[in-house]
Design a protein around this ligand. Sequence first.
Ligand code: DGL
Length: 269
Amino acid sequence: MIGVFDSGFGGLTILRDLVKKLPTYDFAYLGDNSRAPYGNRSFETIYRYTLEAVNYLFSLGCPLVLLACNTASAKALRTIQQNDLPQIAPQNRVLGIIRPMSEEIANFTKTGHIGILGTEGTISSESYLLEIAKFYPNLKVSQTACPILVPLVENGLQNHPATEIFVQEYTSEILGIDPQIDTLLLACTHYPLLEKVFEKVLPPTVRAIAQGKVIAEKTANYLSRHPEIDKCISKNGTVKFLTTDSAEFFNKGAKNFWNGELQSKSVAV
Ligand code: DGL
């Protein structure tokens, strides 16, 4: 299976596109709902939680684990890849979503001015600034943390007037920093649920970009370039949903993020 990890429900917005792009592959999705959200937590905590989840997905037989969470990708990925993986499972791979997104971001902009919106953890890590600068040193990148958006979405308030006020507030802030921005990257797994709100408040010159499609394309591309990993992944077209909270809680909350009903299993990582 391909292991897909997120702090909670948000990674389901990435998984949706992965399953569409790779329908024959088997997936195991793990949401660390009992400890979510990760957005405001310390580096040490996010690293420890993420490593536990990666180890758990390895123990299920996932040779490839995708951290479908910007905050975990920003705070934990590098240390896991460099320090832990060589010792715990050198034959396995752990990928994040910041690098593949950064590789493609230039294709969306005409002005060369990009805005990044994400959690406090993602923004303070400056991971997007660093990654994008590696590939496109001439792009002008600005960023703003939007700490209130995850709790609003988690509480099912995406259509509430208060949500529109906050989206307006954050987008005005970033467009105030750089009025030439024409591409706003929704660098948080929860924000695709707010795409309509972003569309409504943004000027017509600015487009909000969700991550799912790009990540699915890049994962497929990775697998085609790494047959040694690809051949270890089972392909029966199944998706397993696992959560560290109760299955009932996950099944109910996931409806907002996954088109349709699902049945999950509660696990201890
Ligand atoms: N999945 C997280 C992200 O993409 C958002 C939710 C959280 O803060 O845990 O950054």
